[in-house]
Design a binder for this molecule. Sequence first.
Ligand code: HEC
Ligand code: HEC
Ligand code: HEC
Ligand code: HEC
Ligand code: HEC
Length: 284
Amino acid sequence: MRTQDADDIIQPINELTGEKAGDQCNVCHIAPISLNSPAAIQTGYGYKFNHNDPLGHGMFPNVGDDLTEFQGSAPYNVSYWPGTKIRRQIRTHALELAESKHGKAGFTCVTCHDPHSQKLKFGGDEDSDKLCSSCHAEKDSDAHKLKAHNAVDIKCTDCHMPWMKHAGGRGHRYDGRSHSWDLLTPTDSLKGFDLLRPYTEKGADPDAQLTKDWQSIQAIKDLCYDNFNYPINVVGCVKFDILPNACSSCHTDEFPTPGVFTDAERAKLEEGEKRLETFIKLTK
Ligand code: HEC
Ligand code: HEC
Ligand code: HEC
Ligand code: HEC
Ligand code: HEC
């Protein structure tokens, strides 16, 4: 039934509560492939009613669907940065939020984003710090951020929501921000480095899936790495990328280069760890 009667329209704030809170945004902002879809749907079609499986769903969840049935949460895919539980796919904002302290405090997308304009609330669209400081005023200080950083007008989001997510298919490297708000450290980057490196070395187990993945990347190496922003195939090419962390976007000497597993590369990440130790001492 088509209607414009307010009583017939779902009012997200009033009606989507509990498990359903935030689903008005999740219908699009969640990993787009349903785990129980037939292959044709997985390769790109939206939901079509299937009388053989009337309760099945298409690539996007509907209000009330279990988000864990969608690809962002499948353990076997590229959802997590290697060696961590840090989500790397772009459409996992909802899952990250649910797992975060903000999620546990009952936040939904519209706690921070205006639902109609997508602008940040609390004046955050002109300066995202205004959003964070509306609740965490005490952190907006040299004591937390460090004087040298305030001098360059650093934002909370620079450290707490770095660009580190991939979109599948047509996206590009690191075009989504972390929505866990946890600090992603150089140590987290190192975990991925140490986990993946053995599969890139001579003598790697030829039957291991990761060895095969590395070899497929090597076959199209230039296409995967030469154009940093736009690798030819985001899903295949980025399997041996290393998590960019809270500090590496500005401290670029410590930015993990995708697909490079030399000692010098590892030393960069260790420098990052030392920098973080220094920061923590300076801000204690
Ligand atoms: C019908 C699908 C759909 C729904 C529902 C939806 N979004 Fe989006 N949203 C998109 C798409 C597609 C983009 C990316 C647009 C682009 O790449 O330019 C986007 C982009 C955004 C952006 C980034 C805007 C920018 O300037 O970069 C934010 C923030 C956002 N959405 C928040 C929300 C919130 C909050 C909700 C729920 C209140 C929501 N969206 C509901 C499809 C949707
Ligand atoms: C605690 C506040 C907060 C919550 C909750 C939140 N966001 Fe965001 N979001 C931000 C901030 C801050 C930015 C960065 C905006 C900027 O760069 O100006 C952002 C950026 C984005 C972007 C654009 C960058 C990217 O990662 O692609 C999208 C899309 C987005 N949010 C979607 C969502 C969705 C969907 C939800 C709910 C599942 C959500 N956000 C919940 C604060 C929040
Ligand atoms: C509406 C109020 C509100 C806003 C806006 C808000 N926060 Fe929070 N934040 C909270 C609450 C409540 C908690 C949970 C505190 C707890 O459980 O100890 C929290 C927790 C956190 C944590 C701790 C996470 C952890 O794992 O220990 C960080 C980091 C954080 N917020 C950063 C931010 C940043 C960055 C922004 C801006 C993008 C922001 N917050 C916006 C209220 C807010
Ligand atoms: C230069 C990077 C940087 C910036 C900028 C930054 N933080 Fe942090 N933040 C950190 C680090 C490092 C920690 C400690 C993380 C840990 O111990 O795991 C932290 C911890 C936190 C925590 C949780 C721990 C606690 O003390 O309760 C909150 C909340 C937080 N920051 C909020 C903010 C907010 C809000 C802003 C902006 C006003 C901000 N931060 C700006 C680096 C930063
Ligand atoms: C938005 C960019 C940006 C981000 C993000 C950033 N920094 Fe910085 N940082 C700077 C700039 C600019 C300076 C001053 C010039 C320099 O020393 O390189 C600086 C300086 C420092 C210094 C030296 C301060 C001094 O007084 O000697 C430390 C330590 C530091 N950063 C640690 C960190 C850590 C740890 C992180 C991640 C948690 C981080 N930074 C994230 C831009 C950034």
